[in-house]
Design a protein around this ligand. Structure first.
Ligand code: S3P
Length: 184
């Protein structure tokens, strides 16, 4: 990457349970850059995601999600790691916003069985994860859109340090490298 290219905005997308928030935080730590979680920003100003789904429905939540993405994108330092909720990238208007802000989109690609197992204990926090059959349909419906990301990283493994190291290698190729660290 030429020296005068701005550092990238690294946006993590993928299904619920792919590790966007957990790994995103570690990824940002490794790069010594800010980490922003869109759902946390939404919850800070509107209350919890499950409450929002029950008071405004999914379409109300999607409108708020788009509003917040629009609000925060111009304010983010570069580099920043930004984690989106699992449905955000599915909205064409959000993909347009990301493109307009030259975001680098990274899909954390984990199998259905892996994500289902990971979210099994927290599906009350995830309104769209309560029904297993619906969850599988959503997974299959969404994956082709997630694959529109600029980069796809395998996120099915059990060892988060392997995923983290793939992400750090990718960031290096994109011209971002944090301070040298030899362990998590
Ligand atoms: C959603 C995923 C959730 C949250 C909301 C909707 C989705 O975020 O945004 O419950 O549509 O997949 P996580 O992917 O962080 O669980």
């Amino acid at each position: 990457m030429p020296h005068d290219s701005p550092a990238p905005l690294l946006v993590l997308i993928g299904f619920m349970g792919a590790g966007k928030s957990t790994i995103g935080r570690l990824f940002a730590l490794q790069l010594a850059c800010p980490f922003v979680d869109l759902d946390v920003e939404i919850a800070r100003s509107h209350g919890s995601i499950p409450e929002l789904f029950s008071s405004r429905g999914e379409s109300g939540f999607r409108a708020i999600e788009h509003h917040h993405l629009n609000l925060i994108l111009p304010r983010l330092a570069r580099p920043t790691v930004l984690a989106l909720g699992g449905g955000a990238f599915l909205q064409p208007a959000n993909r347009e916003l990301l493109a307009r802000h030259s975001a680098t989109v990274i899909f954390l690609d984990a199998s259905f069985e892996v994500v289902r197992a990971r979210i099994a204990d927290s599906n009350q926090q995830r309104p769209l994860a309560r029904d297993r059959e619906r969850l599988r349909q959503l997974f299959e419906l969404r994956r082709p859109t997630y694959l529109l990301a600029h980069h796809v990283v395998d996120a099915s493994g059990n060892d988060p340090s392997v995923l983290l190291s793939s992400l750090v290698q990718l960031a290096k190729r994109l011209g971002v490298s944090g301070p040298a660290r030899d362990r998590l």
